[in-house]
Design a protein around this ligand. Structure first.
Ligand code: SAH
Length: 463
């Protein structure tokens, strides 16, 4: 068979019009139907590109100059936006970002989910009034430069650490304390870990901030268990920052770019800090999973509650429950909630959090949702409402099959990956459910991450 010739050549220049954005936020231009992906280009823009790589069905290009700008283009507010790579959409107005996320959900539900989009209502993305300073957790790599330490971010596509005083999507309290700790450590001659040589000591500083309580936790991730000048460093931190309630050391001896090691020890203060979402209080330890945007988490969980339509009579399953955040939120309005999660420590946290709030109608089990829930059903149990909040790969088919057999009145699907969401909705639709509402929620402004919550009802039941 003759090799199909790409209509573009490497290193050549082309004038193009951009038509679309990829999920990663790159502009898409087409030459004779052949797609070229170009960073920092937006739909409706025209410009000159240089093709830098040609693959089988597509190419990558570099934007050389813009001839016509999109009405959504803005100057990225962050001065290190181009180097950092942590945000991908700062050159798009916030309204433009919200529209982009909604459109992406609509496209994927139609293409992969094969849903009848005349029947499904995709709402406008729920954004933040002030889409900055939202992250409650900073995980900052530490490096060295001549005469001192750097604390910042890995430069795009590299492992060079660039110093950063301010990250615009981070709670400013976190940035301030990271810089202060860097300076204190520098003062005591602390050495940073060197990834290439696997030498040195301080790998990362992690800081968590409870938005409602104002409490902070500091975690030193170190290569070895020793800690020189420990007392002096701790005193320096706690005397300047009384909001710090917990200082922890995590030891990661491995040659890896995974941040945390297996051993975690409290150095000073409490093992937990506390935060609240709505009326529910949570204890958060160094290694607990906790949503990073607490303001939008409340928005998301309120939607979960609305879509679950609880009257106080329902049995609810919360599959993939983490530390029980959604379970405990729903338990306030349900007869009982059963949360299932694969990580044993998360389930310990969930039980502790139930106790902390005096919630007695929530039970939790450790295991795979696709194993525990079918077992539970076989034993004769049933839920009226099932909430699922799976990781990026979506729900396991065995779980979807059990849902279809159990026939809860409503399914609330929380997803961080529209692609797998669409795949699973297709299965649920084929099995007798109807997707009635789809609500994108902007949990991660300025990044390409899209969070969606969906309400499905059993066909033929009165809603
Ligand atoms: N609902 C929680 C956490 C959602 S993140 C919250 O809002 O905070 C997805 C969770 O699914 C993670 O905690 C992960 O550990 C868990 N998980 C991954 N695979 C799983 C499986 N097969 N069965 C149960 N839980 C799983």
């Amino acid at each position: 068979m003759a090799k199909i010739q790409a209509p573009v050549n490497k290193n050549e220049y082309y004038d193009v019009t951009f038509e679309d954005l990829t999920h990663e936020g790159a502009g898409v231009a087409k030459i004779d139907g052949f797609p070229i992906f170009v960073e920092n280009a937006l739909p409706d823009e025209r410009g000159k590109i240089k093709v830098i790589k040609v693959k089988k069905g597509f190419a990558f290009g570099k934007l050389i100059e813009l001839h016509e700008e999109s009405k959504h283009r803005i100057e990225a507010p962050c001065p290190i936006y181009a180097q950092c790579g942590g945000c991908q959409l700062q050159h798009i107005s916030y309204q433009g970002q919200l529209d982009f996320k909604k459109k992406q959900v609509e496209q994927v539900l139609s293409r992969i989910g094969k849903l009848d989009m005349t029947k499904v209502k995709v709402h406008d993305t729920l954004g933040m009034t002030e889409p900055w300073n939202y992250r409650n957790k900073a995980q900052v790599p530490i490096g060295e430069r001549e005469g001192g330490l750097v604390a910042g971010f890995y430069q795009k596509r590299s492992h060079d650490i660039i110093d950063m005083e301010r990250c615009l999507i981070q709670q400013s309290e976190n940035d301030e304390i990271v810089q202060a700790i860097k300076n204190i450590c520098e003062q005591y001659g602390i050495r940073a870990y060197n990834e290439e040589k696997h030498k040195g000591w301080l790998r990362h500083i992690m800081v968590r901030y409870g938005l409602v309580t104002g409490e902070m936790m500091v975690v030193f991730v170190t290569k070895t268990a020793d800690f020189q000048h420990k007392q002096a460093i701790i005193e320096n931190i706690t005397s300047k920052y009384p909001q710090v309630k917990s200082i922890v050391q995590n030891i990661n001896t491995k040659r890896t770019n995974v941040i945390f090691g297996d051993e975690t020890n409290v150095l000073w203060g409490e093992e937990y800090i506390y935060d609240k979402i709505g009326d529910v209080k949570f204890a958060i330890s160094a290694r607990s999973f906790y949503q990073v945007n607490p303001e939008q988490t409340k928005v998301l969980y309120d939607k979960a509650l609305e879509y679950a339509q609880l009257t106080g009579e329902e049995s609810v399953i919360d599959a993939y429950c983490g530390i029980g955040t959604i379970s405990l939120f729903l338990a306030q309005k349900a007869k009982n909630v059963f949360g299932v999660e694969i990580v044993p420590e998360a389930i310990e946290d969930a039980k502790r959090n139930a106790e902390l709030n005096g919630i007695t109608n929530a039970d939790f089990a450790v295991g795979e949702a696709e194993v525990v829930i079918p077992e539970w059903y076989k034993q004769g149990n049933k839920a009226d409402v099932i909430v699922v909040d799976p990781p990026r790969k979506g729900c396991d088919e065995a779980l979807l099959k059990t849902i279809l057999a159990m026939k809860p009145k409503r399914v609330v699907y929380v997803s961080c990956n529209p692609g797998t969401l669409a795949r699973d909705l297709h299965i649920l639709e084929q099995g007798g459910y109807e997707t009635v509402e789809v609500q994108p929620v902007d949990m991660f402004p300025h990044t390409t991450h899209v969070e969606v919550i969906v309400k499905l009802v059993l066909k033929g039941t009165v809603d």
